[in-house]
Design a protein around this ligand. Structure first.
Ligand code: EPZ
Length: 418
């Protein structure tokens, strides 16, 4: 068990290249079993969610080998269609496997997916869509059992632009009999990356990035080599860290238009931001103004995955802020931990009312989920004194080399064995 020891107050200076996007690499790994030819994904991040998805693929009988930051998947010998409950409970993304497994084997079985405890996280949109495409679905003792004779193209209208449901439908539709149209699709950049990956394999998909996507089923998909998009949430996390600490940091690999409203909100805080192609440079004096309001929305709105980190910024900014979390029911579990550092935040359902204090102080705090943990790190970097950040397993799910990257920017941070 490790912890981070952070002595706050250092300004951050330097440059970082963003890692490949966790929320793109995971569906790409699920898509890799759609062909029995070899698939190579370059430069995958060294994070536990990727290791867990690799383990799921191995359980299905695929060969998965990591070499020099790349991963090679050969699923020619895969025959298994069931995923163990241990793995599916650990990883929300296991639910994407339903679409892939039905396409490959006409059968799929997995436990209800796990992942971060940030809300109810139902999968009704996934299951209803698969049923419309001809899947028979039985839910028995916490397991989801799916089967089909053939997957048929269908007209699917999503009540909510669910990222995971949109991705699952793409994975089920690529080789279906006929054409599938999704209305109300999620528009996140990771959906565009998945479309590019599948079309490189020989799929016929168009419209990703808009709310209408059309998928014409094809006979075969071939093996490919692919470099995923960079992680816009990781990039946004480092920009928010620099905003809180002060200094000047440039993050490379993420286009500004992939960050939704984040850059607009950071300018509202008083940060100076310059962008050029996929380079984003932020300069901050450290003492910021609160955002009047931050409301999380599906892309291109303010990303829910940056809500906790932005709340940590507002906790030590001047004035008051109202945060509204519209996507997940309980995505404020990190707030009591911020209060231990002196934050003045009241949570009322989907709202968090923040009164900025002059400065937070160091404390021993515990991560409860991936992005809440990132918020605690950001708060500790800007706080007066030393903080211990515990239960790093949550951070290790999504941030490769977090302490090394922050140290390279000048933070006084150490990862130590507890
Ligand atoms: C993806 O989760 C991301 N995870 C999440 O990132 C991200 O927060 C989320 O999209 C929203 O952008 C991955 O890509 C692996 P959703 P997902 O389906 O697919 C409702 C992180 O920190 N919903 O768009 O689970 C439900 O209310 C993680 O990297 C249904 O009602 O998100 C849910 O809360 C956390 N029925 C909301 O949509 C469904 O069948 C958003 O869910 C599905 C979703």
């Amino acid at each position: 068990m490790d912890k981070l020891v952070i002595d706050g107050g250092r300004k951050l200076y330097g440059k970082l290249l963003a890692q490949s996007a966790k929320n793109s690499v995971l569906p790409l790994l699920a898509a890799s079993i759609l062909t029995d030819e070899r698939v190579t994904i370059f430069d995958v991040p060294a994070i536990s969610d990727v290791s867990c998805m690799a383990q799921i693929l191995r359980e299905l009988g695929a060969e998965v080998n990591f070499s020099g930051g790349d991963v090679v998947i050969d699923s020619a010998k895969a025959t298994e269609h069931r995923i163990s409950s241990a793995l599916t409970r650990e990883l929300r993304s296991s639910v994407f496997m339903l679409g892939s497994l039905l396409t490959r084997f006409r059968r799929a079985a997995c436990a209800y997916p796990g992942g971060c405890e940030i809300g109810l996280r139902p999968i009704d949109l996934h299951l209803n869509a698969l049923k419309r495409m001809g899947a028979r679905i039985e839910e028995r003792e916490g397991y989801i059992l799916c089967s089909c004779d053939v997957l048929k193209g269908a007209e699917i209208a999503l009540d909510f632009p669910s990222v995971g449901a949109t991705e699952n439908i793409l994975l089920a539709a690529v080789k279906a009999d006929g054409t599938t149209r999704i209305e109300g699709a999620a528009k996140e950049p990771e959906i565009v990356d998945l479309q590019q990956f599948l079309n490189a394999m020989g799929a016929k998909i168009e419209g990703a990035g808009t709310d209408t996507i059309a998928i014409e089923g094809v006979e075969r998909l071939r093996g490919i080599e692919y470099r995923p998009m960079k992680d816009r949430i990781e990039a946004g996390t480092y920009l928010l860290a620099c905003a809180v600490c002060g200094g000047e940091v440039e993050v490379e690999g993420v286009r500004p238009d992939c960050l939704g409203l984040l850059l607009h909100k950071l300018r509202e805080n008083g940060c100076k931001i310059h962008t050029k192609n996929d380079k984003i440079r932020l300069a901050s004096g450290g003492r910021l103004k609160c955002n009047r309001k931050i409301e999380t929305m599906p892309f291109p709105g303010f990303p829910t995955d940056l809500q906790a980190q932005a709340t940590a910024l507002n906790a030590s900014a001047e004035g008051c802020a109202r945060i509204v979390e519209n996507l997940f029911e309980t995505r404020y579990k990190y707030v009591p931990e911020l209060r231990k550092m002196g934050a003045d935040i009241e949570v009322d359902g989907r709202n968090a009312f923040v009164r900025g204090v002059a400065r937070l102080h160091g404390a021993s705090v515990t991560c409860g989920d991936l992005r809440g943990g990132a918020a605690l790190v950001i708060a500790a970097l800007g706080a007066e004194g030393v903080s211990d950040v515990l239960d790093l397993s949550h951070l290790d799910r999504g941030y490769a080399g977090l302490s090394e990257n922050l140290k390279s920017l000048g933070a006084n941070i150490r990862r130590v064995r507890v």
